[in-house]
Design a protein around this ligand. Structure first.
Ligand code: XIL
Length: 427
């Protein structure tokens, strides 16, 4: 027995160390997910305890970074002849030293501009834009895997109109500034994925429609746009299932994915004073993102609530003392267990109320309640790596046993129309 003791001690040490190594980054790496965070740049070279804690969290928990402000033209392009990349370079060097990816944010935006860049007539603005894009993308060529080329081109109110307020790109050049920006960007770094980035487009609505129409038109015209960034500055809904949160986001993202574009959650923060509801909302955003093979980037807009641009809404996953909140635990849990999410295709959505899919708890099966009015329903199940693990046709009197899907333990969500049915299954 005595001899065995050191072995047990070793085992305990091993277990403790293994636990200590748990991180979002570890599991995201294994899922092929770029889990990112916006960096408060001053911390990178800072020496105080907040800086140390911030930097440790960034490199331990995330594999991707974005500069919160340092790559905006105001902070780079003091004049056409004096660009100063030093702050942004510090972040890039930090990321490279810690084997992290870098998202570029942002090249053409109506805010936080160097004044010279947006002064002049149409010809001048186009020339300035091209110069700026070449200068910045050229400086980081090969180091940045995605750039937000155009940021927030649609109006604040969410009407779906192009943004004209304080936006000389639109008012002086016209709507084609967006196309030009992407053409210049592609020439400046052909290996980089080019994104259009917008807020207030998480769910269907006029702004989302307008964004969809614009990217579709760009694709039709051969403009090199590769991805759509959904900023996702949101507020928490109280009950994510009742609100159909998963279904709403999934439906909206899916339209863009069907165009053949990549997707990214680029600036997620979710305001809430209820940590539990907030955690549940974070969980759903990550589950939706992971259900798309096209969505391999998921960025949170800051580390600690105290440094958030919306700090009064405590929207982040670490509190003001850099302590992980329930939202952190929720994200970790999703990454650890690729919970299956069940989707139902359009044919199923056309079913009448009587014809909805029905989950039979006693038998752990799903069946179509009344298919006589409509055709069979196709149900697809994805794991959270985005891989489809099952596609089944559901017919009347032909219940599908969920227990047969052994590769996907956990909780399943079935959505038909606006209804979300949650199915807790045996592990
Ligand atoms: C914000 C930063 O977080 C703030 O520090 C800064 O004062 C203003 O910009 N959409 C974007 C981001 O694309 O660049 C914005 O970042 C937040 C909204």
């Amino acid at each position: 027995m005595r001899l065995l003791k050191p072995f047990y001690l070793l085992l305990v040490c091993f277990i403790i160390t293994a636990d200590a190594q748990e991180s979002l980054r570890k599991y995201a790496d294994s899922l092929g997910l770029n889990i990112g965070v916006a960096i408060r740049e001053s911390y990178i070279t800072g020496t105080g305890s907040s800086a140390t804690t911030h930097n440790n969290i960034v490199k331990t928990e995330f594999n991707t970074v974005v500069c919160e402000n340092a790559m905006k033209s105001q902070n780079l392009a003091y004049s056409k002849t004096t660009y100063n990349f030093s702050t942004a370079d510090n972040v890039v060097d930090f990321a490279i030293a810690n084997k992290m990816k870098i998202r570029g944010h942002t090249l053409v935006w109506y805010r936080q501009n160097a004044q010279w860049l947006i002064s002049g007539d149409r010809e001048m603005l186009l020339a300035n834009m091209k110069y700026h894009i070449e200068k910045v993308m050229g400086h980081y060529r090969g180091k940045i895997y995605q750039w937000d080329v155009v940021n927030e081109p649609f109006d604040e109110a969410g009407s779906g109109k192009f943004r004209t307020d304080n936006n000389p790109w639109q008012t002086v050049i016209g709507e084609d500034y967006i196309d030009s920006a992407f053409v210049y960007a592609h020439a400046a770094d052909p290996g980089c994925k080019l994104y259009i980035n917008e807020f207030g487009t998480t769910f269907p609505g006029p702004k989302s429609e307008a964004l969809y129409d614009k990217v579709k038109e760009m694709l039709d015209n051969g403009i090199p746009v590769h991805g759509v960034g959904f900023q996702c500055h949101e507020g928490a809904v109280e009950d994510t299932v009742a609100a159909g949160l998963y279904a709403g986001i999934k439906y909206n993202f899916n339209r863009f994915a069907e165009l053949g574009l990549d997707l990214a959650v680029t600036e997620l923060d979710i305001q809430s004073s209820d940590p539990k509801a907030q955690a549940d909302n974070y969980r759903v955003y990550l589950q939706v993102a992971l259900s798309f093979p096209q969505c391999r980037t998921f960025v949170i807009w800051g580390v600690s609530d105290k440094d958030s641009w919306r700090s009064s809404g405590t929207p982040l996953i670490y509190d003001g003392n850099f302590k992980p909140k329930p939202a952190y635990d929720a994200l970790l849990a999703v990454l650890k267990d690729p919970t299956p999410v069940v989707l139902v295709d359009r044919r199923a959505r056309r079913l009448t109320k009587a014809g909805y899919l029905v989950y039979d708890r006693a038998n752990n099966t799903v069946r179509v309640n009344d298919p006589s009015s409509n055709g069979p329903a196709i149900m697809e199940m994805f794991d959270l790596r985005g891989a489809r693990i099952a596609k089944v046709t559901l017919r009347a009197n032909n219940p599908l046993p969920l227990s047969s899907m052994k590769t996907a333990p956990g909780t399943a969500l079935i959505r038909v129309k606006d209804e979300v049915v949650r199915i807790a299954r045996d592990k």
